[in-house]
Each structure stands twice: as C-alpha cells, then as structure tokens.
Design a protein around this ligand. Structure first.
Ligand code: HEM
Ligand code: NAG
Ligand code: NAG
Length: 322
C-alpha cells in the first residue's frame, strides 16, 4: 500500500515538474489585473478606438509594435524606450527607423491607464492589449490577453537589428527567426497574416517589384508607378501590404500570395513552391481557420520571455525607466 502511494506521489511530482518546465511563463494570466486594475480593458479600448478612427492605419502600426517588442529580448516594452546616454534603444534600429510608429498613441493609452490605476499596469501589457484591440476593431479575431509582464530597464539596438527578420529574408530565414523565439512555422505563417493591414515603404519592396520573377507582372507595374527604381526621393512612398482591403483584418493577404501579389519579397516566400505553400492555401480558403490560428499564435508570441515577479519595473512613462 505504502509503496503504491509513494509511487503515485513520485509520479505526480514528476508530472508537475514537467508541466512547470514546459511553460516558462506560468506567471502570466488573463486575470492579472482583476483586483488591482479591473477597469484596464475599458480604459484602453476607447483610446485605441479613437486613434484608429482618426487614422485606420494606426491599428496596423500598433499591432506591429507588439511584434517588434516581443522579438527583441521578449515582450518587455523595450521598443518604447527612447535613446539615453547609457544605451542606444530600438527605435532607430534598422527594422524600426522611419518605420515603427504609434508611440504617441501608446503614450495616450498609458496616461489614461495611469490615471485609472497609477503605477500598476506595465507598458509591455499596454502593448499586448493595444495590439489585440486593434485587431478586433479592424474586424479580426479576439482573444483573452495574458497579462503580468513587467517593463525592461534597458533596450538593445543590436538585438533589434538581429532578431527582427528583414523583408529580404528567405523562407528558411523566416522559419529560423521565429524558431529562435519558440514559434513554429505554422505560427510564422499565421502571424504573417498581420500583413492584411498596414503599409510598407518603397524601400522595403523595391527589389521585389523590379528584380524578381515570382510576382504578377501587372501588380508589379502598378507598384512600380509609385516606387521609382532608383533609391532616393521615393524611398518613403507607401503601398498597402494587402492590395484589396488594407484596413480590414481578413484573409485576403493569403489570397494575394496565391496570385503572386505579395508586396514584400518575404511575403511571397510563404507561397513560392516551398514547405509553407499548403498552409497559405489553407488560410486563403478558410477565413475562420486563419483567424483562430492567428489568435492562438498571438497568445504564443505574447509569452516570449516576459519579465515577471520582481524583475524589471512598472514604468510610469513608457519612454523612460523610472
Ligand atoms: C514574417 C516576417 C516579417 C517580416 C519580414 C516583416 C516585414 C515588414 C516590413 C518590411 C514592413 C513594412 C515596413 C516599412 O516599410 O516601413 C512591415 C509592416 C507591417 N508588419 Fe511585418 N513583417 C513580418 C511579420 C510580421 C508580424 C508577425 C506582424 C504582427 C503580428 C507584422 C505586422 C506588420 C504590420 C501590421 C505592418 C504595417 C505597419 C504600418 O502600416 O504601420 N509583421 N512588416
Ligand atoms: C543597427 O543597424 C543600423 C542600420 O543598419 C546600424 O546603423 C547600426 O549601427 C546597427 N546597430 C548596432 C548596435 O548594431
Ligand atoms: C536588381 O539587381 C541588380 C543586379 O543584382 C542590382 O544591380 C540592382 O540594384 C537591383 N535593383 C533593384 C531595384 O533592387
């Protein structure tokens, strides 16, 4: 008798340990602020809503900020820090310079949250909630956002340069850079569906529209008309990542790829005769599969290396450490 219950106790212990090891972020939870700031969601949503009402693209910009935060040493609000004398931050790193935007909206959200619950809600969590709200407002799926992240006290331009994949990436490089943060190939393809909203600069897609053959030729000419071949004055001209519905969160991104109308080289890599073609076909034909996989992958991305417990801090102003 005693030996049987000892064995089952040992088994239970082993199983619990395995579960703990399996989830590196057992501390994040959807009800983290239910006592300390129950009004966090109702405080944030109207600020995001009004920013998107003023400019629909802002929803895309806010979603992208969360991605660029999470990929650089985890979802810790590091992208929001301005440069200081002791570190060069991420805002001017190659993937963000002249490109990442929405920082003023985050400031407005944070001010509203500080008014409601001073010193309680992290900037990293503000980014997570703001990204979800943006997707919902533009017609995408909803999900329960896990919370309890704390804010970094530093930022890294080098890590931002190295961890966020550039639009020149091959399929292998895309797969690897997501694998490096614990995301699967399927997660990578689902999260890339974020390019159903927002804009890119000519400099990000010039080589693809002039120099590559895996692109619909009439789509290439259309994009060439506002993106001159020579770099220079046209570098910042914008084009929609989804030519059909650039402010609606739907699965048209994948339908475009099936017709070789991806804007970025990296977009078209997902449907170019390689291992991810079948996933693109699946999302292109099923809006509901795309939306549920996107939501699941956003939760996974939000789990990347959060600071919890007594690590980091709750910044008062997202632009600087306390
Ligand atoms: C798979 C690898 C990815 C690459 C190579 C990539 C690259 C890019 C590039 C080059 C731009 C245009 C930037 C510019 O020209 O200023 C862009 C825009 C954007 N990206 Fe990605 N991205 C990737 C994945 C993601 C993910 C995972 C998300 C979010 C979940 C995302 C969300 C966005 C959004 C919403 C925009 C438009 C932003 C705006 O209009 O302000 N991207 N991306
Ligand atoms: C990051 O990339 C930019 C642009 O290529 C470069 O100017 C900068 O020196 C890089 N920063 C670091 C720390 O590597
Ligand atoms: C196209 O490729 C050629 C040859 O590699 C290169 O010299 C040129 O700069 C590229 N053009 C664009 C627009 O990327």
């Amino acid at each position: 008798m005693a030996s049987i219950s000892n064995t089952s106790l040992a088994l239970t212990t082993v199983v619990s340990l395995l579960l703990l090891v399996g989830s590196s972020n057992a501390q994040l939870s959807t009800n983290f602020y239910s006592k300390s700031c129950p009004q966090v969601f109702t405080t944030i949503k109207p600020v995001v809503q009004s920013a998107i009402k003023q400019e629909a693209r802002m929803g895309a910009s806010l979603l992208r900020l969360f991605f660029h935060d999470c990929f650089v040493n985890g979802c810790d609000g590091s992208i929001l820090l301005d440069d200081t004398s002791t570190f060069t931050g991420e805002k001017n790193a190659a993937p963000n310079k002249n490109s990442a935007r929405g920082f003023n909206v985050i400031d407005n959200v944070k001010s509203a949250v500080e008014k409601a619950c001073p010193g309680v809600v992290s900037c990293a969590d503000v980014l997570a909630i703001t990204a979800r709200d943006s997707v919902v407002i533009l017609g995408g799926p909803s999900w329960n956002v896990k919370l309890g992240r704390r804010d970094s006290k530093t930022a890294s331009q080098a890590a931002a340069n190295n961890s966020i994949p550039p639009p020149t990436s091959s399929l292998n490089r895309l797969i690897n850079s997501f694998q490096n943060v614990g995301l699967s190939t399927k997660d990578m393809v689902a999260l890339s569906g974020a390019h159903t909203i927002g804009q890119a600069r000519c400099t990000s897609f010039r080589a693809h529209i002039y120099n590559e053959t895996n692109i619909d030729s009439s789509f290439a000419s259309t994009r060439q008309s506002k993106c001159p071949r020579q770099s220079g004055s046209g570098d910042n001209n914008l084009a929609p990542l989804d030519l059909q519905t650039p402010t609606a969160f739907d699965n048209n991104y994948y339908k475009n790829l099936l017709q070789r109308k991806g804007l970025l080289h990296s977009d078209q890599q997902l449907f170019n005769g390689g291992s991810t073609d079948s996933i693109v076909r699946n999302y292109g034909s099923s809006q509901s599969t795309f939306k549920s996989d996107f939501a699941a992958a956003m939760i996974k991305m939000g789990d990347i290396k959060p600071l919890t417990g007594s690590s980091g801090e709750i910044r008062k102003n997202c632009r600087k450490t306390n």
